[in-house]
Write a protein that binds this ligand. Sequence first.
Ligand code: ZN
Length: 234
Amino acid sequence: MKTIYLLTVLCLFFVSCNEKKTEEEARTYVITEELQAALTPKQILDSLKVRNDRFSKGKMTRVDYTSQIVKSENSQYPAAVILSCLDSRVPVESIFDLSIGDVFVARVAGNIVNPDILGSMEYGCKVSGSKLVIVLGHSQCGAVKSAIDSVKLGNITELLSKIEPAVDSVSAKMENRSSKNKEFVKKVTDENVLLTIDNIRKNSPILKEMEEKDEIKIVGGVYELDNGKVHFFE
Ligand SMILES: [Zn+2]
């Protein structure tokens, strides 16, 4: 009986096998300890791709939040940790068609890491069992554009200094460093995601070891503001 239940929920989590059904019936389940344990990093990533596709097509799952609140009150078993930019146009749970208890989300302008964010990721994976880390940049990122233009203002200066290595890396290969140069902004956005992943591996021995043991996957992606799609780097 338990196996059948788990298979059913697994099926729902991955692809919501029956889209028609999800349109008619609201989702009530939350990720359980058993479901989290049964999922692999790749399965979680595949599920998020399907879910983002649903979001971009306006076919999101209806959710019974009242039921989920009751079921998640005393525990959480999120499948992934997602590091996103602060940008209000990137509502992380929404763009992946997710709900209560599904993922940990850390947000900071420019989706960079610092010891506090790394500690949060380590908590998500090592302590709470999440198996996927996503660094999610996005198109038209104000933080990336400001770093390209060397903006100086209060604490923003220090924050932007963490994006500068990506700007410098692209500047070395490309001319016309300007936030008005769309191709340049796009390349810095991609590079910033990749350098953030490098920083995670370099500065978190815990996450690096988990990745080497295939206990977790660390991937990057960029969300496109004009069509709602996430492109993953793999
Ligand atoms: Zn941004």
